[in-house]
Design a binder for this molecule. Structure first.
Ligand SMILES: [Zn+2]
Length: 438
């Protein structure tokens, strides 16, 4: 067994020796519970660590939080691109998803976790199917996740009963795991796929269970127009009338919100998940009104969306997309600074999912990533946030700790080859089954 394997197995105290935070070189001590116990110079002398990680030439950042994913869609990466949304869904995505199994979701979610770890993400907010198998993958990989079953009733009473059962059983299953890294949420898909009765049930159940709500909101103009035609109000007001806008709610996309809806999200303490790469790829034709959401106090976080519409889970890249799209769409070079992009991916994400403060402070969970300060993208190093957002991608992340456990060290993740091989085989078999049935 080589030295780097010990790093992955160790469960005791960890010391990151001599890493840079905001320009100063400090040691970071992590206790056996995975909490940051000390940050400062000279801590290493008094700290009794099982694992010492050399922090020289490393910049320490809080681990990143991806607030909107469909993780197992990694299996659909690159299967269909450059198509109109409806055609893409009906010709490519849905025919394949119809053949998806629990084993596929396990393999695809493990691949997603691997990809997120390799690009500095330590927590994600997921909505999909076979979520008990997603939970198993998350458990294996050591990352954090909030998992929701994608609730879609299409106004059909029988389907609603089935979705209620599926949601209840997932929440029971996840609570029974008693893994503090894995939480359940309720996942009403959107106002155009879930009836008002279904949305109200989701809101009530989430409140009873004290868990989050994960919903798509105002991704396209069609969603807004149809919602107004059917219910006489815009999507955010409709969700609010059904009780779905709460401080535990993460609303993905939010592209077509008007200012009154942004004010409503702020008032309700909702987290909005900005998904710039997916929005540009699917040409939703409007960028999230970040300035209004910020002005009205909504918590604006960052997400990649599923791998079929991105096509990766690299939140470092997503920070750049967010900062660039906002500037371009709203014609303002000062909108969404590098520092704000980092905050969206760290503190705002952590607040959205309730995973801690999302900063490197004593008492916080040791969710820490180390970037290579000698990498080309970090040279010269005038501003660490600027380089992280505008110059680097996930390839600059060298080491990842989640709750004090080392998930990647010097770009090595335990079991990586097998995870990639199994996911590739699962994706190939899935396409084969779909072709046979067609
Ligand atoms: Zn989505």
């Amino acid at each position: 067994m080589n030295e780097s394997n010990d790093v992955f197995i160790a469960r005791g105290p960890v010391l990151i020796a001599g890493a840079a935070i905001n320009g100063s070189t400090v040691d970071i001590a992590v206790d056996e519970t995975g909490t940051i116990a000390g940050i400062g110079e000279g801590i290493r002398r008094e700290h009794d660590a099982d694992v010492i990680i050399d922090g020289s030439d490393r910049l320490a950042f809080p681990g990143l939080v991806n607030t909107h994913t469909h993780a197992a869609m990694t299996l659909l990466r690159g299967y269909g691109d450059d198509m109109p949304l409806q055609e893409w869904l009906s010709q490519k995505i849905w025919p394949l998803e119809a053949h998806l199994t629990g084993d596929d979701v396990y393999a695809g979610t493990r691949l997603a976790c691997l990809e997120m770890i390799r690009s500095g993400t330590i927590a994600f907010n997921d909505m999909y199917f076979f979520m008990d198998r997603a939970a198993q993958a998350v458990d294996d990989m050591g990352i954090r996740a909030t998992l929701a079953y994608g609730f879609i009733d299409l106004g059909n009473v029988e389907k609603r009963e089935a979705e209620i059962k599926a949601t209840e059983s997932l929440v029971t299953r996840i609570k029974s795991l008693a893994n503090p890294r894995i939480r359940a949420a309720v996942g009403p898909h959107s106002v155009y796929t879930v009836s008002p009765e279904g949305l109200s049930w989701c809101a009530d159940f989430a409140r009873e269970q004290e868990i989050g709500i994960h919903v798509h909101l105002s991704e396209t103009e069609k969603e807004v127009v149809d919602c107004v035609a059917q219910f006489g109000k815009r999507p955010a007001a409709h969700l609010d009338d059904c009780g779905c806008l709460t401080p535990r709610t993460v609303a993905a996309h939010c592209c077509w919100l008007d200012e009154a809806e942004c004010r409503l999200l702020g008032k309700r303490g909702v987290s909005a998940s900005h998904n710039p790469a997916s929005n540009m790829k699917l040409a939703v034709n409007r960028a999230m009104p970040y300035h209004w959401l910020k002005q009205h106090g909504a918590n604006v976080a960052l997400g990649t969306d599923g791998c079929a519409s991105n096509n990766n889970l690299d939140l470092m890249e997503e920070m750049k997309f967010a900062a660039l799209l906002q500037k371009f769409a709203w014609n303002s070079p000062t909108l969404l600074s590098a520092g704000e992009a980092v905050a969206m991916a760290t503190t705002a994400g952590a607040r959205a999912l309730g995973t801690g403060p999302g900063t490197l402070i004593v008492g916080a969970p040791a969710d820490i990533i180390l970037l290579d300060s000698r990498a080309v993208c970090n040279t010269p190093l005038h501003h660490a946030d600027s380089n992280a957002v505008y110059a680097c991608n996930g390839g600059a992340v060298m080491t990842v700790l989640c709750q004090g456990r080392v998930l990647m060290h010097e770009r090595e993740v335990a079991g990586e080859e097998e995870i990639v091989r199994e996911a590739a085989a699962a994706a190939q078999a899935l396409v084969g089954r779909a072709r046979e049935a067609a």
